[in-house]
Design a protein around this ligand. Structure first.
Ligand code: ITT
Length: 184
């Protein structure tokens, strides 16, 4: 199975889960154009549809985003742009003095399998922390505290993050599908 992403951290998280389940994963490190849409599902689906013309084997990709409730689910599909412009410091600044700190991460995997596209979604609810904490993970991990935890995602081990994360949950559904269809 091929995973198309430009993001090394995503590949490392997902390949860990694949190897724990005995399924071989190959990384196709490709930066592809994404459509603009308010829906992460649509962005993921359209990228998969477009790439299916170029990638000759079955593959999957994923689109992820951070949704901050107080700001109407911003940055959502613009998470990558906002990360490179505002960054985690900018988000903490936007959240200064705001008590309702609820947020969610979402991952939508689109799998191109035997000529059809299948989607698998994972989410994790939590809140934006008051300050950056931890060294692990990537992106917004240092400022996101998952529900039921006091640590940020960056303070968890890779396995702990995979057990509860948006990506981990979406990947579990993907692995279940692949096992059902005898892909090893
Ligand atoms: P692709 O090549 O797979 O598209 P990308 O880095 O552009 O990689 P996304 O658009 O899906 O990925 O991700 C949007 C941003 O959200 C990304 O720049 C990260 O900073 C952040 N992000 C994604 N997954 C995350 C996670 O598990 N924890 C923290 N931040 C994450």
């Amino acid at each position: 199975m091929i995973f198309v992403t430009h993001n090394r951290h995503k590949y490392e998280e997902i390949s860990k889960m694949f190897s724990q389940n005995g399924i071989a994963l190959r990384w196709l490190n490709l930066e592809y154009e994404e459509i603009q849409s308010e829906s992460i599902e649509k962005v993921s689906l359209e990228s998969c549809r477009r790439l299916s013309g170029d990638v000759t084997e079955d593959f999957f990709l994923e689109d992820s985003g951070l949704l901050i409730k107080h700001y109407g689910n911003f940055p959502g599909p613009f998470s990558s742009y906002v990360y490179t412009t505002l960054g985690t410091d900018g988000i903490l600044k936007l959240m200064e003095g705001i008590d309702s700190r609820g947020a969610e991460f979402i991952t939508v995997i689109s799998l191109f399998f035997e000529g059809k596209i299948f989607q698998f979604t994972g989410t994790v609810r939590g809140k934006i922390s008051l300050e950056k904490r931890g060294e692990g993970g990537f992106g917004y991990d240092p400022i996101f505290i998952p529900e039921g935890f006091t640590k940020t995602l960056s303070e968890l081990t890779a396995d702990e993050k995979n057990t509860i994360s948006h990506r981990g949950r979406a990947v579990s559904k993907l692995i279940e599908f692949l096992k059902k269809h005898n892909v090893f």
